[in-house]
Design a protein around this ligand. Structure first.
Ligand code: ZN
Length: 200
């Protein structure tokens, strides 16, 4: 034993499981929480519980929301003819912040990865085909990371979408090959969206 109370030990261990936090930072954060009034600790604990109990996926696009439809899908001012396909809700956050994109999104919830057993059925692809049948999109933008799996998924979607008679574009090159979209800086991301290219 290192002399810490079991309660404090448990808090440090929980915090240390968060990405990017080692035992040292976890200890500092735990001591900080301990030094604050109980009301602040309750607000933090409740906020953590709320994201697990209140947040769900948007029925239409798969974005995170507390309602049936997310704020983007509910916004009548957005261009409903443009659909941008992304891997995760975080990508929506980034594209919104960086590029001021005014169309709609579709979150796949991952990318195809045969080695990990992730095929089309593991992703929100059927929802995508349903959406495409119901709504009239004049352009579909593929905004997946240019990693090996991301590119394979882009190719798969391009073929499926073209077979359905849709115009398909992808983010312009300029995003480093192999980079995850979340590592790309905002200016590069904005330019890649602006200069998106038609897929041949
Ligand atoms: Zn939505």
């Amino acid at each position: 034993m290192n002399g810490l109370s079991p309660a404090l030990e448990r808090l440090i261990e929980s915090i240390a499981k968060l990405p990017g936090l080692g035992k040292k930072s976890a200890t500092r954060l735990a001591m900080h929480i301990l030094s604050k009034p109980e009301t602040e600790a309750r607000i933090l604990a409740q906020a953590i519980l709320d994201v697990k109990t209140k947040i769900r996926l948007c029925d239409s696009c798969g974005n995170l929301t507390e309602e049936e439809l997310c704020g983007i899908c509910r916004d009548a001012k957005r261009d409903s003819g443009l659909l941008c396909i992304v891997e995760s809700p975080q990508d929506i956050l980034r594209l919104e912040k960086a590029a001021g994109f005014r169309g709609l999104y579709h979150v796949l919830g991952g990318i195809l990865s045969p080695l990990d057993g992730i095929g089309p059925d593991s992703l929100r692809m059927n929802e995508l085909w349903d959406r495409i049948q119901e709504q009239n999109f004049r352009e579909i933008i593929l905004a997946l990371s240019p990693t090996a799996d991301g590119d394979a998924t882009t190719l798969y979607l391009m073929n499926e979408l073209r077979a359905r008679g849709l115009k398909v574009t992808r983010l312009a090159r300029g995003i480093p090959i192999g980079a995850e979209l979340e590592q790309v800086d905002e200016i590069t991301l904005a330019r890649a969206l602006e200069e998106r290219t038609r897929m041949e």
